[in-house]
Write a protein that binds this ligand. Structure first.
Ligand SMILES: *Cc1c(COP(=O)(O)O)cnc(C)c1O
Length: 795
């Protein structure tokens, strides 16, 4: 048996050899990394198959939760699965006996079926649920192309398709018997499930991530399904395969919007068909669906599930609309992930009607049911009109989600408060009992046990065993070691080792050389204006000019590391990437300063890169404008690996500081309550004219200090800050307003590091010790108890 840290090594060896010879006609010592990966992974898949099957049965036999998400940013599976199964050493041994190396699999690329935090959260949640033996399974889309691969060419982002299954996909199992037909007004497609095992750490439960792939309907399907299930296979506006071709197709055009809408419906309808089928096959009453199944909607992308379930219940099961709506309300829950107005998803009714006429009718009925309910409650008509989900020719998905679900949650305490008091205020007043907070978390398996073996060993040594990997709150007992200078020295040595490893990796991968004795100050996350990478760039220039004019002295050498992808059509974000690279070029070439500051931008930031970056940071940059970052999870990864946060009072930073202490972090900038007042009469031009230092930094966008390659993009950034644009006021993310308090905090962190490495290490240590709250095990047990009401399965 493979669990509990022993594996049948002989069998594994034989299976690896046979895959290599049957499939590739090579021996292990001559095999390419992808061939070894295929062989090792499929050998392990074979060994875990019986437990996976038992787990699936156990999940179906009890009340279970289903996590619907358009994104699952799972990253690389192989090392994580070996870790969770406790068989890394066995695998290493077997491979080396065959003349191959486990470390060769470093070349295997990530499954990047997501954009960023939201998708990574979904992956961490599945990991935690599996490890807690909870019956939770994921449902999403098997994109043929994941998030694009990024390279930086002459400072600009270049995108390339990410054909992630090019060399196979040994961790997925295609399941022909669970195929379903999905009907749109103009086409029918087949949804074929590919299942990935979600391996628990140290226990037997294996969850399933079921990703649907769109394929054309063929004769076989025609025979298999009833003819009535099959609307219009011949007319194909969009080719069937296009529906699962790319993550987030460009939705600037109407065709792009339709495709995206089809993607959402495609995976929701397939998942619901599957859930209903399994429910009925087990002999359960369809009217009691909600007793056996609870569905979590990860943001609004899967909210189209609500009218789809109602359609199934009415059309296929013969229930009344009222009954179906009631069942839907008891089945679904909704997680809100953003307060950004532009991310509040709405669909034009014209598109809904054209693509899914039946769903359109049901949405109208849901809207009417809401209006009727408000009327019965004596709600003023004006307010009902303002709140209803259909208005202005669009359907507001978040409104439909709140109305048609049992619980709505935010993802950090501050975010949930903003939902209740601002974004969804009317909804909170109407349904206060529906609102909950579930502060996000990260899985300690991937984000420390796997990526930071050195620190993990130290923790295990000090705690006596490794049970902290599934009980992260145990770390707080290590706080007593803060005063122990020997321990702090060992901790610092580990950080140094991780910095050395990262430096070697950046050199090999990106050709970047860094000084491992400098402070590593790291900002890694999607490129977005609200995340304020541009503010970070400004602060670096501010310090650069300060060093040059002598106003900043004793600056400790620092490497500022950025990693970020910009959405391909997001011009400002791309301009910011170029700007960071250009100031890097300027500073790195300046002999006067380049011993003290280096700016680097790593290419193709993804989960595997994050695993290396979060362990090697001295400073974690979490600098979003207060009130804009719902939670953040990158902040938690750094904290767990013993890093101080340089950040604003935003998202989960607030809770990080609550746990680890303000004195162990560097907090700056205007707070949410302050910004409300400040922004009323904020005039960045006044600020610029009064403050020559800020002006000098800002002017680099237009005075030729750095070049945007003739695109005019830097000028556009400049005017967005000084004059605003048709859709926003000047400097709407308050970069210039926060700049000086940010620089001050940054310099404070810098001098603290320079003054006493030991005391700085104590702060880092405290962050690690108090990071227990941010384990996604905590988040998931809260969801399980307070929203899903599910219990662990026994295997
Ligand atoms: C954790 C993670 C994120 C989220 O980072 P934030 O700083 O919370 O935005 C994004 N991308 C990757 C690859 C991650 O691992």
């Amino acid at each position: 048996m493979i669990f509990g840290g022993t594996m049948n090594k002989e069998l594994l060896k034989a299976d690896i050899e046979s895959v290599l010879s049957d499939k590739y006609e090579v021996t292990a010592d001559k095999a390419q990394p992808y061939q070894l990966h295929e062989a090792l992974s499929s050998a392990i898949m074979k060994q875990i198959a019986p437990v996976w099957k038992d787990s699936r049965k156990a999940h179906l036999a009890t009340r279970r939760a289903c996590y619907f998400s358009a994104e699952f940013l799972v990253g690389r599976a192989i090392y994580n699965n070996l870790l969770c199964l406790g068989v890394e050493d066995d695998a290493r041994e077997v491979l080396s006996s065959l003349g191959a190396k486990l470390s060769d699999l470093e070349e295997i690329e990530d499954a990047a079926l997501g954009n960023g935090g939201l998708g990574r959260l979904a992956a961490c949640f599945l990991d935690s649920a599996a490890t807690l033996s909870l019956p939770l399974d994921g449902y999403g889309i098997r994109y043929k192309y994941g998030l694009f691969k990024q390279s930086i060419v002459d400072g600009f982002q270049k995108e390339e398709a990410d054909d992630w299954t090019k060399y196979g996909d040994p961790w997925s199992r295609r399941n022909e018997s669970d195929k379903v037909i999905i009907n749109f007004a103009d086409q029918s497609v087949v949804a074929v499930p590919y299942d990935m095992p979600i391996v628990a750490y140290g226990t037997k439960n294996i969850g399933t991530l079921r990703l649907w792939q769109a394929e054309p309907v063929n004769t076989f399907d025609f025979l298999k399904f009833n003819a009535q299930d099959y609307v219009n296979a011949s007319i194909e506006q969009i080719k069937a395969e296009d529906i699962s071709r790319v993550l987030y197709p460009n939705d600037d055009t109407r065709e792009g919007k339709i495709l995206r809408f089809k993607q959402q419906y495609f995976f929701c309808a397939a998942s619901l068909a599957d859930i209903v089928k399994k429910h009925k096959a087990a002999g359960y009453d369809i009217e009691k669906l909600y007793e056996k199944v609870t569905i979590q909607l990860n943001d609004t992308h899967p909210v189209i599930s609500i009218p789809e379930l109602i359609r199934i219940l009415v059309d296929n099961e013969g229930l009344s609309f009222e009954k179906a709506l009631e069942i839907a309300k008891k089945t679904f829950n909704y997680t809100n992930h953003t307060v950004m107005a532009e991310a509040m998803e709405k669909w034009g009714l014209d598109i809904v009607k054209e693509v899914l006429p039946e769903i359109y009718d049901i949405i109208l009925q849901i809207n009417e049911a809401f209006v009727a309910e408000m009327y019965a409650k004596d709600m003023p008509k004006g307010k009902t009109d303002y709140m209803k989900m259909i208005s202005g020719g669009v359907v507001h998905m978040a409104k439909m989600a709140v109305y048609c679900s049992s619980y709505t949650n935010g993802v950090a305490a501050l975010h949930t408060e903003i939902l209740k008091n601002d974004v969804l205020k009317d909804w909170y007043q109407l349904f206060p009992e529906k609102f909950q907070n579930k502060t996000n978390g990260i899985t300690p398996r991937r984000w420390i046990a796997l990526c930071n073996k050195e620190l993990s060993s130290l923790i295990t040594e000090q705690l006596g065993d490794n049970s902290w990997v599934t009980d992260l709150s145990r770390l707080k007992t290590l706080e007593r070691l803060r005063g122990d200078n020997n321990m702090m020295q060992r901790f610092m040595d580990i950080k140094q080792e991780k910095k050395n490893q990262l430096a070697a990796y950046m050199k090999a991968k990106d050709g970047i050389e860094v000084d491992v004795n400098s402070i590593f100050d790291i900002q890694i996350k999607r490129l977005h204006e609200y995340k304020r990478q541009l503010l970070n760039a400004f602060s670096i220039l501010y310090i650069y000019f300060g060093i040059k004019d002598g106003s900043i002295k004793n600056f400790y050498q620092t490497t500022f590391i950025f990693g970020a992808k910009s959405a391909p059509g997001y011009m400002r974000a791309k301009a910011i990437i170029k700007y960071i690279n250009e100031i890097g070029r300027l500073i790195n070439a300046d002999e006067e300063v380049n011993k003290l500051i280096k700016v680097v931008f790593v290419q193709n930031y993804n989960v595997s890169y994050a695993e290396k970056l979060v362990t090697a940071a001295d400073i974690s940059e979490q600098i979003s404008t207060a009130g804009t970052e719902a939670s953040g999870t990158g902040n938690m990864k750094f904290m767990l690996n013993g890093t101080v946060t340089l950040g604003t009072y935003d998202g989960a930073n607030v809770e990080i500081v609550q746990e680890a202490g303000e004195s162990n972090n560097y907090i700056f900038g205007a707070r949410v309550e302050e910004l409300e007042k400040i922004m009323k009469d904020y005039d960045p031009r006044k600020l610029i004219s009064k403050n020559p230092k800020i002006k000098r930094v800002l002017d680099t966008l237009i005075d030729g200090t750095v070049s945007d390659g003739g695109t005019g993009d830097f000028k556009e950034l400049y005017f967005a800050l000084t004059d605003g644009a048709s859709w926003h006021v000047p400097d709407h993310y308050y970069l210039l307003g926060d700049l000086e308090s940010y620089v001050e905090a940054k310099l404070k962190a810098n001098s603290d590091y320079a003054n006493s490495r030991l005391d700085f290490a104590r702060k880092c240590w405290a962050n690690m010790c108090f990071s227990g709250k941010f384990s996604s095990d905590r988040t998931i047990s809260d969801y399980a108890k307070e929203i899903w009401k599910i219990e662990p399965v026994q295997l």
